[in-house]
Design a protein around this ligand. Sequence first.
Ligand code: ATR
Length: 290
Amino acid sequence: MDFSNSDRLQTLSGTSRLAGVMGWPVAHSKSPRLQGYWLAKYGIDGTYMPLPVAPENFASAVKSLRDLGFAGVNVTIPHKQAVFDVCDELSDRAQRIGAVNTVTFADDGKILGDNTDGFGFIENLRQNAPDIDFARGPAIVLGAGGACRAIIVSLLDENCPEIRLLNRTKARADALADEINDPRITVVEWDRIDHCLEDAALLVNTTSLGMVGQPPLEIDLAGLAKQAIVTDIVYAPLKTGLLAQAEGRGNPVVDGLGMLLHQARPGFHCWFGIDPVVTPELRDFVLGTS
Ligand code: ATR
């Protein structure tokens, strides 16, 4: 067999670094493509694989990967809460977010849990809205799910002076605000959004509205200052209705794909030793357009 022209030929040495993503299902995950791109780019002797693991096998699977010598794993739906109990140590941000998406196996066998979603959110904005100053004014955050919690914690860490939290089911927003317990969070009724836009510096959609197959996010941005930055964690489509409306009236906009890409950096750094860069080529590759 002639493999000389095969760019799919991959060989691993006896000292390869191993990592992967655990989910159920996991076939849809973009992480293997993303991490695989960086492994190739930096010429690293390692691999990153999809690991479909049913919930009932989750804890034993994590310990088995440790015992097999894996460097670590990403953890996605439905395991982000369950992994919390498996970890021996949690980073400060994982504790405050209440979920883990990045696990590293320490040399002494300890299972270390981190949550990099908030980091990814902040870094995406820093890269794509370089003038951003999180302390400049209030942030409006729509939603109250798992991603929302990570975003709120990260905004508070960046000295955001006020977070106005709006969710269709107000009780979930109230519960989230109670759990995070920071006086800078104010819960606002979902249908009162028009009344809290005026002095906002940042508007974030963390709901699933606007995603392919979901209803649109119906919002009138007329009251929003033109310099307010608008971002969406939905990245399919890349330009959601919210971002199209904001861009059309001159607001700076940042799409959600970068959050996915940047949240992967700390794991790659821990497991493979390099803090990788997020580039336009990586975006195209992860989207499957190159
Ligand atoms: P995740 O944990 O991944 O963020 P989630 O918990 O399912 O996902 O959260 C989805 C978010 O989208 C929620 O804030 C949800 O609002 P509810 O708490 O009221 O369910 C929001 N969402 C989904 N469909 C919605 C709709 N049709 N109108 C308004 N908000 C919606």
